[in-house]
Design a protein around this ligand. Structure first.
Ligand code: PEP
Ligand code: MG
Length: 864
């Protein structure tokens, strides 16, 4: 039987898989010359054997031998004091190869017994400390090994405090704690799970409990969600206890080698004098900033600075470490890569590369590309924020506060007074565009990440939280209710579209910072990017913003957004109502003039770069007022409303997303097709005459059959004969179009994958309603992530791959792009990086797309 237990000094060079994360970190720290209390690690292999067979032959003999070594190293005896020497106590901790909340974590003070308490009390001259240590052990052991609920012990502690009139634990005396320990012992005895006084029995019980915690239901769920293999097992770390609660020259703290909020280099953290680690977590006393040590313990501070530098030198990343000072001596208990904000992540990566600690390539790979949009926008200052009122989906990043408004008119009223407004709606429809445009933030109760509100908000660059299911909105009554709190028109709200949190009142915001670091990182990343990055934009402002952020053209210009402007809607409605060709013509003429100006603005903003204009996509009734409103007006005698109502009823669809829209509408109302394409061609012609270099492309949405494409192309060619041709393409956003790619490809110059619709149709779910259940699906582990947010590689990705392969084979010159919302999501971008020519993202996600594409390029060069 090979060895399965190792002292830290014996485990150098062993893998994290064998030692677990904690053990691995301790071995590395010790090797780097850092002060670590003596410890041994029981390997994951022993755990796996135990879980397989229910036993581990030879384990306890090995454990005893290593414990004897710990006794030698510390000069103390396990569980028993000798003379004035305190007993050796240990902590027992689980440590899987990947960090995994849900498993057993820690038992402290293990080895203590009634006999040991007496010895500890004698040796330290501090009976209160001894009994305090013992009652903590009893509660932890009682919970983790003997299976009693933590609340039972907490309840007994609270009852005692009440009886003694103690406000906090610190007010309890040695006698009080002794009484509590005896009460715990009696309770455990009475429930048939007596506490073992024998230190060796305690140790065996604790080790087996750690092994078994691998199969906790919580741990299993966690593994399933994160795709962690079931058969890794966990290691167990047994380490000599050091005490931070032995007096004023002792203490415990947490340090970060750089500021985790800003990334600034320098020691950062907190320290609590005369305390054990748990006290910090329990918030019993407020720790002080580490800086304070400079004044009263400058040597310790200096030592911590050196420790921080060594840790970074060794682990080559920002570290979050735990330490204890026992009677002036510093010990490190744990270290790991520290969690950090997006802003800190960028700054740390860039500065570490500049310091030569990591390479530039590593710096590029270390930053989470999806976090970038939040960097350019203000965020809620989490340190000063109260508890949020609500949480919804983070639909459009950035934070904003303003007065609640429940309608376009409400937003307009506030804006006219120079006040910021937050538009609050059950969900948004195209009707709400004015309010959405003027509002500083958008909040909806319904809808998912690709709902109308989310898509439009991202396009406009307005922070938005959607699908806040706990919110009930009553626009007619000018109020909303959430968690029993009523929000009235004019009440202040703050929302953070990067986190989905919504607060009552105006919460302090922090400005975007650190752009210089971000631009440096992107400049390093650029040479590794092969995939083109364009933007989804339908206004000149958006186009300009996207270009500033590095977009190389527009991959999707949704022309319908232009129809919703106030001065145009009446013409769109006249188009819908037209009873004669003359009436239709007049409406189309008016719209033509608007569209031509729109296109000129956008083509100008993107001069020299390709601009893909998609012809009208939504069904016509989207441009009509809600039926209810029309009905009321018609009943009140409004003649126009009566005619609109008639049309609206005729056009009404049960499922408009699958109805008379896209290419179907364009082919059966070819006047609209001709008007839009002509406006585009004419706009380009005029710009060319001004000496510019417009590069328009035209695209038809929602095709499902090659015949549709043939017919659309024939219509386009009528105009190409007059103006000269431009690239002609189709969206691939129905499963059938993907399946028939080989027949469609020869007819077009490009495909653009509309992964919003493609996901909706592949899954058979509605993008507007899925917000109701998809988050729960993900929580329950039924889906690994929300497929409307991140591309589902298995299903939707398969359709995409098939269309790419067969399309390219049938037309080698075919250009391939993606323009669904996934085009700005890092994981999805990495998936398509080798498949497509370009991706197209909302302006604020252009940075994410650029970085993710570079990361993909880099990973294919060198395995990470
Ligand atoms: C799509 O379906 O992915 C797409 C880009 O079009 P829209 O979101 O406008 O339907
Ligand atoms: Mg679509």
């Amino acid at each position: 039987m090979s060895a399965q237990v190792y002292l830290l000094e014996e485990a150098e060079g062993f893998s994290k898989d064998l030692l677990g994360g904690k053990g691995f970190g301790l071995v590395a720290m010790r090797k780097a010359g850092l002060p670590v209390p003596p410890a041994f690690v029981i390997t994951t292999e022993a755990c796996r054997r135990y879980l397989r067979t229910g036993e581990v032959p030879g384990l306890w003999e090995e454990v005893r031998a290593k414990m004897a070594a710990l006794e030698g190293l510390t000069g103390k005896r396990f569980g028993l004091g000798e003379g004035n020497n305190p007993p050796l106590l240990v902590s027992v901790r689980s440590g899987a190869p990947v960090s995994m909340p849900g498993m057993m974590d820690t038992i402290l003070n293990l080895g203590l017994s009634l006999q040991g308490v007496a010895a500890l009390s004698r040796a330290t001259g501090n009976p209160r400390f001894a009994w305090d240590s013992f009652r903590r052990l009893l509660a932890m052991y009682g919970e983790v090994v003997l299976g009693e609920r933590a609340e039972v012990f907490e309840g007994m502690l609270s009852a005692l405090k009440e009886r003694k009139g103690a406000r906090s634990d610190a007010d309890l005396t040695a006698e009080d704690l002794e009484e509590l320990a005896h009460a715990y012992l009696a309770h455990l005895e009475a429930r048939g799970t007596p506490f073992p006084m024998d230190p060796w029995a305690q140790l065996e019980g604790a080790v087996l409990a750690v092994f078994r915690s691998w199969n906790n239901p919580r741990a299993r769920v966690y593994r399933r969600i994160y795709g962690i293999p079931e058969d890794l097992g966990t290691a167990v770390v047994v380490q000599a206890m050091v005490f931070g609660n032995l007096g004023e020259d002792s203490g415990t703290g947490v340090g970060f080698t750089r500021n985790p909020a800003t990334g600034e280099k320098g020691l950062y953290g907190e320290y609590l004098r005369n305390a054990q680690g748990e006290d910090v977590v329990a918030g019993i006393r407020t720790p002080e900033p580490l800086d304070r040590l400079k004044d009263y313990a400058p040597e310790l501070y200096g030592e911590l600075l050196r420790v921080a530098e060594r840790l970074e030198g060794h682990f080559r990343d920002m570290q979050d470490f735990e330490f204890t000072v026992e009677k002036g001596r510093l010990f490190l208990l744990q270290t790991r890569s520290g969690k950090r904000t997006a802003q800190a992540a960028v700054r740390i990566a860039v500065e570490m590369a500049e310091e030569g600690l990591i390479t530039r390539e590593e710096a590029i790979l270390r930053v989470e590309a999806n976090a970038l949009p939040g960097l350019l926008r203000p965020a809620v200052d989490r340190e000063r924020a109260p508890r949020p009122l609500l949480k919804g989906l983070p639909a459009s990043p950035g934070a904003a506060f303003g007065h609640a408004a429940f309608s376009n008119e409400g937003v307009e009223r506030l804006s006219a007074q120079g006040l910021p407004a937050i538009l609050v709606r059950p969900e948004t429809t195209p009707e709400d565009i004015t309010g959405m445009y003027l509002a500083k933030g958008i909040l909806t109760a319904r809808g998912g990440l690709t709902s109308h509100a989310a898509v439009v908000a991202r396009g406009l660059g307005v922070p938005a939280v959607v699908g806040a299911e706990a919110l009930r909105v009553f626009p007619e009554e000018g109020r909303a209710v959430a968690e029993g709190v009523e929000v009235r028109e004019g009440d202040l709200l703050t929302l953070d579209g990067s986190t989905g949190e919504v607060y009552l009142g105006a919460v302090p915001l922090v400005e975007a910072a650190g752009e210089a670091y971000l631009h440096k990182l992107l400049a390093w990343a650029e040479p590794y990017r092969r995939l083109g990055v364009r933007a989804n934009a339908d206004t000149p402002e958006d186009a300009r913003r996207a270009r500033e952020l590095g977009a190389e053209g527009i991959g999707l210009c949704r022309t319908e957004h232009m129809f919703f402007h106030e001065e145009r809607l009446p013409w769109v409605r006249r188009l819908i109502l037209a009873a004669t060709p003359e009436e239709e013509d007049e409406a189309l003429q008016a719209l033509f003039r608007f569209q031509k100006e729109d296109f000129k603005g956008i083509l100008k903003a993107m001069d020299g770069l390709p601009v893909t204009v998609r012809l009208l996509d939504p069904p016509l009734h989207e441009f009509l007022p809600p039926l209810e409103e029309l009905r009321q007006k018609a009943e009140a005698g409004d003649e126009e409303a009566r005619r609109l109502l008639e049309r609206a009823e005729a056009l009404r669809e049960v499922n408009p997303m699958l109805g008379f829209r896209g290419v179907r509408l364009l082919l059966l109302r070819p006047g609209i097709f001709r008007m839009q394409l002509k406006a585009l061609l004419e706009a380009a012609k005029e710009l060319k005459e001004e000496g510019l270099n417009p590069r328009p492309e035209v695209m038809v949405p929602l095709v499902a059959d090659p015949k549709e494409v043939e017919r659309a192309k024939a219509l386009a060619e009528e105009l190409f004969r007059e103006y000269g041709p431009i690239p002609f393409g189709t969206m691939v956003e129905t499963p059938r179009a993907a399946l028939l790619a080989a027949e469609i490809a020869p007819l077009v110059d490009f495909f653009s994958f509309g992964t919003n619709d493609l996901t909706q149709m592949a899954f058979g779910l509605s993008r507007d309603d899925a917000g109701k259940f998809l988050p729960r699906y993900v929580e329950e582990g039924l889906l690994p992530f929300d497929p409307t947010e991140r591309l589902d590689e298995k299903g939707v990705g398969r359709l995409l791959r098939l269309a790419v392969e067969e399309g390219r084979r049938a037309n080698p010159a075919l250009k391939l792009g993606l323009c669904g919302e996934h085009g700005g999501e890092a994981g999805s971008v990495r998936f398509v990086a080798d498949l497509l020519d370009y991706t197209s993202a909302s302006p604020f996600r252009v940075l994410t797309a650029r970085l993710a594409a570079a990361q993909a390029g880099l990973s294919s060069l060198q395995p990470v």
